[in-house]
Design a protein around this ligand. Sequence first.
Ligand code: F0G
Length: 495
Amino acid sequence: MVTNFTGLQPGQEAGEENNLVQQMQMVPALDAVQALASTTLHCVECQTMYPALEPVPRYRCDCDGVLDVETNFGNANLHEPQTRETTFFDDVDTLPSIGASWRQRFDERASSPPIWSISTDTNLLDASGVWRYRELIVRVPEKYVISRPEGNTTLYPVGMENCGMGRIGHRQIGVYAGLDRFFLKHEGENPTGSFKDRGMTVGVTMAHVMGAKAVACASTGNTSASLASYAAQAGMRGIVFLPAGNVAGGKLAQTLAYGATAVQIEGDFDDAMHLVEHVCNELGIYLLNSLNPFRVEGQKAIGFEILQQLDWQAPDWLVLPAGNLGNTSAIGKAFRQAYQLGIINSMPRIASIQAEGANPFYRSFMGKFAERHSVHAETVASAIKIGNPVSYTRARRVIEESDGIVASVSDAQILAAKAVIDRSGIGCEPASAATLAGIRQLVERGVIKHDERVVGVLTGTLLKDSKTGIPQDSGGIVVKPTIDAVRSILEAIEA
Ligand code: F0G
């Protein structure tokens, strides 16, 4: 499907006007339109197809359903591996070699050290834990890519058996979970401290392709910080809509420091989400919530990177916290595509964990997805305080096709799990700890077996929220600078 962009010359960019109150014109670059010719947007509700790029960006189907990026890997470049879909039925034998060639390509890229040219700024795509997998993410010409780079986060072995002598502290997490072979993927190690950077590098790249002058999102804090950083890098205006009083101090400070305009909404995240979609459509600002299907494509890289770090041996389970459900959708899609391409031989089961006071997806799951629930959200884990998740249908597909599960944990369980992760020396933000709380519950229920290989995602850093779940009364003990004073303090601690 090709859109006719009458009047545009190859490479022509959008106009320079930057007036936010007038509708801003976006014009997709023609070379990017051509590069994305084999990519379409599919409605997840009614399957209608749209071109990947249109002069007015499309975030929803005419039926209101959300959109999903579909790339035809096979036809895009004849020299590249074919998909399981195109080969599976007629030539089963070739699939292992197709998968092997993808793995080899990604391993070669991961093993070459990034070298910056002294005189020019080169785009080191292979150094990014997102763009390393670019054929499976989005095929835009390199010159448009806006990358820090991001990704390359640590996969910590924390199980009772896969934790060596040098990780005695980390092993406590495996003991708490009741798992022998357990890994934590710490996405808080991304440039702005959360997994959001992976979707954001792709989202802002697409804004660049579109010639957008301003980008916006609604956020519980991490998306806004990420947007602000990447918008600053790209020279775009960042505008974020936040639920007033419900964003951790560090996230707000970070967003403002990067120079974004923060609009505090008298309402919750769901109100902010509703508003930002309206604002973007009315004012021609490029929307960067995970409603934007390209953000989901970038977040898939968490899944690819986990598989690569496990030497392409798929884990039995992937467990993650769930709010707006973009991440559940993205990681599930990554595993599905890796399986279809023969990169892995089995599909991991996905477990999405919600906070008890913000668990609409869990309610729908418990009713076998007969009904889509929404709730008025309440939880100490402000990042996942979301009552009406946008990516419901995408995530439902992931849970159903991966034989997955949705669980619900209390705030007390989240904070207890956070204390275990923090005290191990790894640390994470409250929402991330829902992962460990959920795993502990699922192991206790016998859903996850103690000897299965499990990867849990920690979505954000400890550093942005210095209040929730961190002892506030022990900011250090003040003593006289004498050995006796120190000795008596240490004796008191041991007593
Ligand atoms: N963990 C953290 C730390 C988050 O910031 C979020 C979402 C989630 C988990 C849930 O991920 O929405 O893809 O299901 N934060 C968004 C934000 C809503 O605005 O920063 P999800």
